[in-house]
Design a binder for this molecule. Structure first.
Ligand SMILES: C[S@@+](CC[C@H](N)C(=O)[O-])C[C@H]1O[C@@H](n2cnc3c(N)ncnc32)[C@H](O)[C@@H]1O
Length: 257
């Protein structure tokens, strides 16, 4: 999923700032109808330096936080909200930060989690039905041909960590596997980093993940890019790895040899 933060500055040139009433109208007319599954609004204060007087200028700001599927529709929705605010209040831009992350907002999932977390909690937290089908639909909508997919096409959706492919490339350069290496990717998700390593360095990669839906999706996507001879996935726990003699380990943001 992607977590969007939008920063709605309330100062408007040549008139009073956006009032509470105006904010509520915008929220009710625009935001709620665009994001019917929910969102969070925080009060903030933007600040920057007046370059001439070198004093602090500040501005009351509403911060909208919303987690949405990592899909073109989500970005279209967010951009629609931003441009409506810009037009209604004659603003130059609505600031935005975006992070890739994981999370859950459903009561059933949240209530099944414990502070310590169990194997099943992780699978419940991440698991989602029909994931492979939804990914293939999104790729088709993005103009990709499912029978001619490359790992770069999948890069739109299959890297489930901050900075996505950039972080994978940096970490891969540090690990620098050779073709005869067998790398274990712990918490392999839907397999983007594992496929990248195998396709780029020619090594063999085995992914291990607690979440069965991810293992199935990772296996399906790997078949579509013809990497099954070098990349495989199995359901399992980082705490009981089925590779007793592993020497190279890839885990999200770190590698060990
Ligand atoms: C944020 S996702 C990252 C997925 C993948 N490494 C990537 O970067 O695209 C974290 C993954 O770790 C898996 N996971 C969490 N705890 C685990 C554990 N104890 N053993 C194996 N996998 C685990 C989750 O199912 C999820 O797929």
């Amino acid at each position: 999923m992607q977590i969007f933060n939008l920063y709605f500055g309330r100062s408007v040139a040549g008139r009073a700032e956006v009032s509470d009433k105006e904010w509520r109208e915008f929220r009710d007319q625009v935001i709620t109808s665009a994001l019917p599954n929910g969102y969070t609004v925080l009060d903030g204060q933007g600040a920057w330096m007046n370059p001439r007087l070198r004093t602090t200028i500040s501005e009351d700001t509403k911060i909208l936080v919303v987690a949405l599927p990592d899909a073109p529709e989500s970005r279209a929705t967010i951009n629609r909200i931003r441009s409506l605010w810009q037009r209604r209040f004659h603003q130059y831009v609505v600031g935005m930060t975006v992070q890739t992350g994981c999370g859950s907002f459903s009561t059933a999932e949240a209530s099944s989690m414990t502070a310590s977390g169990t194997t099943n909690d992780v699978a419940v937290h991440y698991g989602t039905d029909g994931l492979l089908d939804r990914i293939l639909e999104a790729l088709t909508r993005a103009g990709k041909h499912i029978d001619k997919l490359s790992i770069n096409d999948l890069g739109l959706v299959d890297e489930f960590h901050s900075r996505r492919r950039l972080a994978t490339e940096e970490l891969a350069r540090m690990l620098a596997p050779v073709a005869t290496d067998h790398v274990i990717d712990i918490g392999s998700g839907i397999g983007g980093p594992a496929r990248y390593l195998a396709a780029t360095y020619g090594c063999r990669v085995s992914g291990v993940d607690l979440t069965p839906e991810f293992v199935g999706t990772a296996t399906g996507l790997t078949g579509l890019v013809n990497l099954t001879n070098r990349v495989d996935f199995r359901q399992g726990s980082a705490l009981a790895l089925p590779f007793p003699d592993a020497r190279s380990i890839w885990h999200g943001r770190r590698t060990w040899r």
